[in-house]
Every structure is written in C-alpha cells, then in structure tokens.
Design a protein around this ligand. Structure first.
Ligand code: MG
Length: 254
C-alpha cells in the first residue's frame, strides 16, 4: 500500500461510525405497537377503550360522596343536573392516571356573581368525604369577575387558566383533562407531584401545570398520600340555578 492509500484508508475507517449513522433505519422503532382503538364519531364521543361514566341515561356509575348511597342528582333529557340538597357525587370506580372528557352547561337566566354563579367543580382525585381533593373549577365565568385562580378552568386557588375560553350560559362547555396523579414514597413524602393538562372548549388552558397539593378553600395546598381515588363532581351551596352535565367518559392511562 502506498502512503497516500494508507491515509485514505485511515480516514475512511475513522469516518465509518458517522457514515453508519446515515442509515435511516437506525432510528426506527417498531415495537411495541400502539393498541388499535376506534375513536368516537366526533372528537367528543367516547373512543372504544373509554369507561363511559354518564351517557345521558342513568347514574349507575356514581354514588353519593357522603355515604356511598346511590347518586340522587336529577337525570332528565339526556343530561344530569346538580342536586344541591343531596351533595357531591363521585365515581364508584377508582382511577390513577387518566384522560377525562366532560361537558357542562350553566343555564340561561343564571343569576349571582363571583363564586356564587353556577359553582360546581370536578375533583380529579377524591379520597374520602372529608378530603379537599384536587378541584378544577366549574362555574359561569362568562363576563363574571372573580379571583382568577378561582374562575372556570382554574386549578382552584393554585393556577388561573391561560385564557378565558368560556361560552355564554345556555351553551355547552367541554373539558378535556389529562391527570397525572401524584406518586408517594412509602413514608408518605411526595415522590412526583400531580400535573394537569386541560383543554376548555378545545383551547389549551392548563399546560402540564404542576400542583402543590390538594386544593383548599382556606389555607395553602398540601399533599396527602393516596393510591387511587374517585372522580367527584361538586354540589356547591351557592344560591344560583344549578348547572348540568352530559357526556362524561374516562380513559385510564395505567
Ligand atoms: Mg367549585
């Protein structure tokens, strides 16, 4: 081999690893194959792997939070309306991490102002009757001023929504939520915190927002260890007309 040829060969060998990385197949991943599911006919319809929590017919998936008796909110015309007298309701089934879809409506003619205007809420993990839970606020925030970390689509007293995407009373609102549950170590300390992503009427309003604990009416948020929990809907005691829900479904991500 001539000296010149040896240099060319040496350069080729040195360059070889870089040359190997030009193979597009080197970065293709083929396993595991994502499970095939059937999406709903519209984006709001439950896909085939969802647990349908309310389809307009009955509250068989729900119970009273205070005593686990059958949920007594009023089902009519394909919707369920909050019954303030009978209190909060929650799912019989427990969940950890999930995607949740729900639709809610403040009625035409709703009265009241601030927090007392169609106040309800979805608690993403309800561990018992006395807990604070993790509330995403539901209320009429269309032209209705209140503290911003308490308006609709806020994580109550922790994070205001990025924008106010409210439709007026009488129109249906959608929430599409991704809940990453907190993880606790054996000694009860927080290993990883909870996160919420929320689309309100298709608009991103909470972007992987980190929670600092359960959402309290009074006092700072704090965590309390749990493993799985119910999803709870709030019967708030404000004197305004009650709101209604429809089309509620959840997809476990565990
Ligand atoms: Mg509320």
């Amino acid at each position: 081999m001539t000296k010149q040829n040896a240099i060319v060969l040496a350069l080729f060998v040195l360059a070889a690893p870089a040359w190997a990385q030009t193979d597009p197949k080197a970065t293709e991943q083929w396993e595991p194959v994502p499970k095939v599911i059937a999406p709903g006919r519209q984006d709001s319809a439950p896909p085939s792997d969802a647990v349908v929590l309310f389809d307009g017919r009955d509250l068989s998936q729900w119970e009273s939070t205070k005593d686990q008796s059958p949920a007594r909110w009023k089902v009519h015309d394909g919707v369920v309306t909050v019954d303030k007298a009978s209190g909060n309701i929650q799912t019989k089934q427990h969940f950890k991490n999930y995607q949740l879809h729900l639709e809610w409506q403040a009625p035409v003619g709703i009265t009241g102002e601030g927090q007392a205007r169609g106040n309800s809420g979805v608690f993403l993990a309800s561990t018992g009757p006395g807990d604070a839970g993790y509330e995403i606020q539901i209320m009429d925030s269309f032209n209705n001023k209140t503290y911003v970390n308490g308006q609709a689509a806020s994580i109550y007293k922790q994070a205001a929504p990025l924008v106010n995407a409210m439709r007026p009373p009488g129109e249906w609102q959608t929430y599409d939520i991704v809940w990453t549950a907190p993880v606790f170590a054996a000694d009860g300390t927080v290993k990883t915190p909870a996160y919420v992503t929320l689309f309100h009427n298709g608009v991103l309003v909470q972007n992987h927002t980190q929670l600092t604990g359960e959402t309290f009416y009074i006092g700072k948020p704090k965590y309390k260890p749990y493993t799985d929990a119910a999803i709870k809907l709030q019967a708030h005691g404000d004197p305004s007309l009650p709101i209604s829900f429809r089309n509620i479904w959840v997809r476990s991500l565990d």
